[in-house]
Design a protein around this ligand. Structure first.
Ligand code: ZN
Length: 413
């Protein structure tokens, strides 16, 4: 890739030019103009770092896989499917009186459009964007994890970052949550490898295609210490990670003065778990990577908060929404979710959604679960908290076919 040089000095100058930013390359005006038309502002917590040559190789490997993930995400959302011309078609509601599943063209939502625009800016100006890239090796906002020790041995980047393992975290935590979490940590790679990205992405964004990214990104046992999520097995058996976003590897605050609301990552949830009904202000996107090992293995539901199947009562500062899955209603709300069926879903602000994963299918081999590409689009406005709906009867286990209250607060328009 380097032009031939007749002298050692010339070669050194070339190497020096190539290791600095694009703007300083000798190509001149074109390169300078190409980067100066976009301005990236990083999160304040992205600290300038210096790496040894060996470390830089690992950082670059993680960065390249990050770019591939983002490219795959953008292509996956904009490749036409269903009735959409310039967009993929997403499921937006599964809750209706007559069982109709509502779909829409995802790339036409304003918030999604902005995310795609910002991802494209990163892909068009990788050297500029890379200034906001941080492997989160010394990240101190909260603890991030690698699922298990073997992933650090098998993937050099994860070994170098050397996060604590979920195995150790859950072993320390103990109890039913700890046991589920240890299972998640142990079976993580097995489940992640079952992914099939080909139905939704032109590149393999799964663990199979980008193993360094999936191993080295920081994983969070999000519900382990949150009793609001009710079910102990679910609380241990769920983890997510963030590639780009306010708390991820690539932390860009704004592009050309526009706030970057993109939050793009991945989730993994073990079989035989129920992620109870929940909601949040930021809109959310899921692309399922796991094919179903049997019919209806993994299911989800989503209904807009004002859906007539729910009961809404106005309060001073919002709404109490009763979601009553009894009398067979929940069976109608949940639909199968797999990489080759209802794989793409878009949840509106405050849409109520849940994930119901059966026990391992007999027809499936090995350990099973659900792996998704996950994103939120407005990660810098309003309240980012994920709120779990409370069981009306105050029970200590959440089932889909019971009644829940979801207490929504109004948000700024
Ligand atoms: Zn959600």
């Amino acid at each position: 890739m380097f032009p031939k040089s007749s002298s050692l000095l010339g070669a050194l100058l070339l190497i020096s030019a190539c290791s600095s930013t694009t703007a300083q390359q000798p190509e001149g005006e074109t390169a300078r103009n190409a980067v100066s038309d976009v301005s990236f502002v990083c999160n304040a917590d992205v600290e300038p770092a210096s790496y040894t040559l060996e470390e830089q190789v690992l950082v670059d490997q993680l960065w390249e896989e990050t770019l591939t993930y983002l490219r795959g995400f953008a292509d996956g959302l904009t490749t036409p499917t269903g009735a959409c011309l310039d967009s993929a078609e997403a499921t937006i509601q599964t809750v209706s009186e007559d069982g109709t599943i509502q779909t829409d063209c995802i790339a036409q939502y304003r918030d999604v459009e902005l995310v795609l625009k910002h991802v494209q800016a990163v892909l068009d100006h990788p050297e500029e964007a890379k200034r906001c890239f941080d492997p989160q090796k010394d990240y101190d906002v909260f603890q991030l994890y690698t699922p298990n020790a073997a992933m650090k041995t098998d993937h050099e980047v994860a070994g170098w970052i050397d996060r604590p393992t979920l195995t150790a975290y859950f072993s320390e935590l103990g109890g039913e949550i700890g046991a589920a979490g240890e299972e998640l940590a142990r079976d993580f790679v097995d489940i992640a490898k079952k992914a099939d990205a080909s139905a939704n992405f032109p590149v393999d964004v799964s663990y199979n295609g980008l193993p360094n990214l999936w191993a080295a990104v920081g994983w969070l046992p999000f519900y382990a210490e949150n009793p609001a999520a009710i079910n102990p097995r679910f609380r241990g058996a769920y983890a997510y990670a963030e590639v780009m976003g306010p708390w991820g590897l690539l932390r860009i605050k704004s592009i050309d003065g526009e706030s970057v609301g993109a939050e793009i990552g991945m989730t993994l949830q073990l079989a035989d778990t129920f992620y109870p009904y929940h909601y949040h202000h930021p809109q959310e996107i899921y692309v399922t990577l796991t094919p179903a090992a049997c019919v209806g293995q993994n299911e989800f539901m989503v209904g807009h908060w004002d859906n007539p199947q729910f009961e809404q009562t106005e309060r001073e500062d919002g709404w109490d929404v009763t979601v009553d899955g009894s009398d067979g209603r929940s069976e109608a709300w949940f639909i199968p979710q797999s990489s080759d069926g209802h794989s793409l879903a878009y949840f509106e602000r405050n849409a109520i959604h849940a994930f119901k994963l059966k026990e391992d299918c007999r027809s499936g081999d090995g350990h099973q679960g659900l792996v998704t590409v996950w994103a939120r689009t407005t990660a810098r406005d309003n309240d980012q908290t994920t709120h779990i709906c409370s069981p009306v009867d105050g029970g200590d286990t959440a089932h889909p076919d019971e009644a829940y209250t979801c207490s929504l607060t109004d948000w700024e328009k």
